[in-house]
Design a protein around this ligand. Structure first.
Ligand SMILES: C[S@@+](CC[C@H](N)C(=O)[O-])C[C@H]1O[C@@H](n2cnc3c(N)ncnc32)[C@H](O)[C@@H]1O
Length: 254
């Protein structure tokens, strides 16, 4: 299997450009839902797992946590995050580490643990959730926003490192094979064309079972719709999002 860390090192600059665009899905759909679910963060400690270039880390900083830590596997994603932190005098600290076992790098507990669109790069979900349970305070909250299993079910199944045909983008839900594909967003970026990414595909039940086996309670599950105005402004995008949702957002506690 290709190296996921190297993938993200290669795509870092392109991802930052895509993720910070005004019409990004993550800001307009994912964040719009997440911000309504956030607990009180003022004076609290916050951990962002798979923080990438810090897009959500800095959105969370607006709520004035006392401590803010981002962890990610890719040095290049973190380099962008650190540069932004310096330029905006952020208090965020960024650590290079594996989301599959955050305990390797983190030995304190947090009030709030967050993660966005990272779990499909983690092979062992149960290990990741066990790490979250260990690093979450007894009265802490966790929000995990994941690529919706219906969406990752559409990622083409990997075949010997070759690029998939367009007609391989079809929902294949119960197949947990490794997926290999050009990220839909990267096709619009001249700086990083035709890059074959790899990821896993987890089923909805895999998330539920990983939470249960880590002793975490599922307090809510959300599947956000695109904004109403997209119906007229971007009807094609609106329709395809409703057909194949991109985000599944879970609220967890101990
Ligand atoms: C789609 S990006 C999301 C970044 C950020 N959360 C956001 O929403 O802007 C996925 C991130 O997961 C990171 N990642 C992949 N596998 C990882 C692992 N095993 N441990 C930590 N981070 C990982 C990648 O480096 C990348 O930054």
């Amino acid at each position: 299997m290709k190296d996921i860390k190297e993938d993200w090192n290669t795509m870092a600059a392109a991802y930052e450009e895509f993720g910070t665009a005004e019409d990004s899905y993550s800001y307009n759909i994912e964040w719009r839902c997440i911000r309504k679910l956030l607990p009180e963060l003022k004076g609290k400690s916050v951990l962002d797992i798979g923080c990438g270039t810090g897009i959500f880390t800095f959105l969370l900083e607006v709520f004035e946590p006392e401590r803010l830590v981002g962890i990610d596997l890719s040095e290049e994603m973190l380099a962008i995050a650190k540069k932004k932190a310096d330029s905006q005098r952020s208090k965020a600290e960024f650590i290079c580490g594996d989301a599959a076992d955050i305990r390797e790098k983190i030995d304190v507990q947090f009030d709030f643990i967050f993660s966005s669109t990272t779990t499909h790069y983690i092979k062992n979900l149960k290990a990741m959730f066990a790490g979250i349970a260990d690093c979450l305070k007894e009265d802490g909250r966790c929000i995990l926003s994941v690529i919706h299993p219906v969406y990752s079910a559409m990622y083409p199944v990997e075949h010997d490192g070759t690029f998939p045909e367009d007609d391989e983008w079809q929902v294949r839900y119960l197949d947990r094979s490794i997926r290999a594909y050009i990220q839909p967003w990267i096709e619009y970026n001249d700086a990083c064309e035709n890059h074959l990414s790899v990821s896993y595909h987890h089923l909805f039940g895999d998330y539920v079972n990983a939470a249960v086996s880590a002793g975490l309670k599922i307090c809510g599950v959300h599947e956000p719709m695109p904004p109403e105005n997209w119906k007229t402004e971007f009807p094609g995008r609106y329709e395809s999002f409703v057909e194949t949702p991109t985000y599944l957002i879970m609220e967890l506690s101990k």
